[in-house]
Design a protein around this ligand. Sequence first.
Ligand code: UDP
Length: 383
Amino acid sequence: MRILQPDIPHILFLFSDTGGGHRSASEAIIEALDLEFPNRMTYEMVDLFREYAPPPLNMAPEIYPPLSRMPSAWGFGFRQTNNPRRIRNINNMAWPYIRRSIYRLVEEHPCDLIVSVHPLMNTPVLRTFKRRKYPFITVVTDMVSTHAAWFDNRADLIIVPTETARQNGIKFGIPEEKLTVVGLPVADRFCRKEKDPLDIRKELGWPHEIPVILLVGGGEGMGPLEKTAYAINKARLEVALAVITGRNRDMKKRMEQFSWNVPVSIYGFVRNMPEFMQAANVLVTKAGPGTISEACISGLPIILYNKMPGQEDGNVDYVVNEGAGIWAPEPDQVVATLRSWLSAPELRWQVASACRRIARPQAAREIARILANHVGITKPEQV
Ligand code: UDP
């Protein structure tokens, strides 16, 4: 809801519930703004697709999950469009169809700064600035393989999570002074350890005495999550499973009806991921940038079982090259990795310490300070 106060800067966040990462990033930045600068700014989050785009684009959050389950088509689309000229052409073609909606968005949300955390919102919104200009900052929420659509030179600043993402920006024609590497914004609750993991386990009803393997497929329960959980179950490892199916209700129902050999807890979309990550011993996940960053902060060793072609290719290389996890695209590879980490826990601890080494727990707060500076707010000690 928009609460405009004339003497307080107002920041508009553009995101969409295509996956879980864009919402998580916006919420993490808003939380950090509140922690760093309490009561000094107001904010609102707008899902541009759902709230403004004409049909069928307003169905993007619903279309995204089935589309992302077609990896070859997704990868093809990513590669074919990952080029500034093609992105320009696509936006030019779409403009007559979307222009009224985008102008309406900008008129209905007067603000002091627009922050985009979604690649497809930058060029259309920046195009309306011919009429009326707002300060505009892009926060890139893909980690390494950052698509050309993220990089529009009309943005005042583009905040990226890694050096590779910065190099991509330069390759796509963004001047170096407009790019800054900060990290991916992650909720503050991942950065604070307020509870003993054993107490969290008790609250969650997880066993104390055996390792808990946390399985997550992003916000939509993507990749062969179910097959992987069944393979671990069949291997009868001495572990418990906590499976988060996200918004994939059908999968949740099927897994609830399955007859398991190991202790299992099955969840839909959870709101307390920090606690899940702090209480678990290993994460098995698709290569989503948000989940990877959160696991690194939590010091949780990662097994990546799936990736979205194109978009998440670089995340896999990043995690593996830094020693923070293993790429195991087949369920039996996941089982083999778990088996070796269970028999030699020191291997798991090495991976956990690599996770902590590459973690950037301060990213959300650093981004908050950058945004605040743009709207003329500084901390008393910075004045
Ligand atoms: N998430 C969550 N609850 C769930 C499943 C996922 O809060 O039940 C969050 C997760 O912690 C992360 C985001 O959703 O912040 C998923 O982002 P990621 O970039 O990993 O993948 P995406 O879903 O965007 O493809």
